[in-house]
Design a protein around this ligand. Structure first.
Ligand SMILES: Nc1ncnc2c1ncn2[C@@H]1O[C@@H]2COP(=O)(O)O[C@H]2[C@H]1O
Ligand SMILES: [Fe+2]
Length: 275
């Protein structure tokens, strides 16, 4: 059995890892570019400013859709935006990303295109659920085999699994057609492993918090525009950009909370019908 030797020691004296998750910045090469009525560079910057007040943090996790225009510059902007936090930062790709360009571009920054993070006795497994050219997600056989192999050899490590796409429906029909198409298979694999504590994702631009057997299922708001929950057709929400805080305790329990930027500075174009 593999032991989860820490590569990252918690700052907290009680051994709690404080992890922040952000998702779906949808940045452009042009920092002045608008995205359905808001400026995604400014909304990400506002989230980062608020995250700075959460210190001390141990880790920042980004669950995809960093770039809206497939530009390398958008990835560099992202790295610049989070640099003031001076945190180990790990990213996985979303459907709007170009995974190869993303990993190559981030190599020159302090943001790591991660796979497995070991921190405070926990492990965080990062999956690639993207399908070239499609908004929907799929976990390829290789990805599921890797996940299975790691879980088989790390039974004593409390585990978070992170990916971009939602394995459970949101109740927004327009968005659920773009979910993880093998979510049932994915969750049934995870449910065989008691050490899996939670699954984290982005993509849905709204908060979700539900359970699958012993596993907590958590989605985070976007740092840019928000989708209106439980709405059949495309609609934007007035909720502000946000992030998720997670406290990972040494006994394998976790606590979590979604927080949003204070005020109402980021109001999207309500007449938008998609992008
Ligand atoms: N009106 C729409 N109807 C269906 N899908 C849409 C619509 N507008 C955008 N999308 C796609 O749905 C995706 C959901 O979140 P993404 O940020 O991945 O990007 C979105 C687009 O690819
Ligand atoms: Fe997105």
């Amino acid at each position: 059995m593999t032991i989860c030797v820490d590569t990252l020691t918690p700052k907290d004296e009680n051994g709690v890892i404080r992890l922040a998750q952000i998702s779906d910045p949808h940045l452009f090469a042009n920092k002045a570019a608008g995205f359905l009525g808001i400026n995604p560079w400014q909304s990400l910057s506002a989230v980062v400013e608020q995250l700075a007040e959460e210190a001390p943090l141990d880790l920042l996790l980004v669950t995809g859709d960093i770039s809206q225009d497939h530009s390398a510059t958008a990835y560099l902007h992202f790295a610049d935006a989070v640099a003031p936090l001076a945190l180990p930062t790990y990213a996985l790709p979303g459907n709007h990303d170009a995974p190869k360009l993303m990993s190559e571009t981030l190599r020159d920054t302090s943001v790591q295109y991660g796979r497995r993070i070991l921190a405070g006795g926990w492990q965080i497994l990062l999956l690639d659920s993207t399908v070239l050219g499609l908004p929907a997600g799929h976990l390829a056989l290789d990805e599921l085999r890797w996940l299975h192999g790691v879980l088989n050899s790390t039974e004593s490590c409390p585990t978070l699994v992170a990916l971009h796409h939602h394995p459970k429906p949101t109740g927004c029909a327009w968005l659920d057609q773009h979910g993880l198409d093998n979510g049932v298979e994915f969750l049934s694999l995870l449910s065989r492993f008691p050490q899996v504590k939670a699954v984290l994702w982005g993509h849905v631009h709204q908060e979700m918090d539900l359970w699958h057997e012993h596993i907590r299922l958590l989605a985070v708001p976007s740092t840019s525009i928000q989708f209106l929950p439980k709405n059949d057709g495309f609609a934007l929400d007035l909720a502000q950009p946000g992030y998720r805080m997670l406290n990972l305790h040494p006994d394998g329990t976790l606590t979590t909370e979604v927080k949003r930027v204070a005020g109402s500075a980021f109001l999207p174009d309500h007449s938008a019908t998609g992008y």
